[in-house]
Design a protein. Sequence first.
Length: 95
Amino acid sequence: MKSPLLCFFFLFFIVGSLFSQIITGTIIEKESQLPIAFATIKYENPLHSNGVISDIHGKFEIHEKGISKITVSCVGYKATTIPINLETNLKNFVI
């Protein structure tokens, strides 16, 4: 009984990862060029919106498909929105 159930969950996670898009980046402060810890990164796709928080080094990772735009905000900074397409490079996102 455990073996078929285990195979089902393993297959579920593999198939789910095949259909997701991975977006990674670092949130950087404009003047000092230092990473911003715990910034909020909200993203939208046609079905829903959600968000993640950057880590202590300003890095974030989103596993979602069909993202159309990302909005980055943090206390003391103006919120910044960027549209997402195939050519978008979010290695360093400056706010």
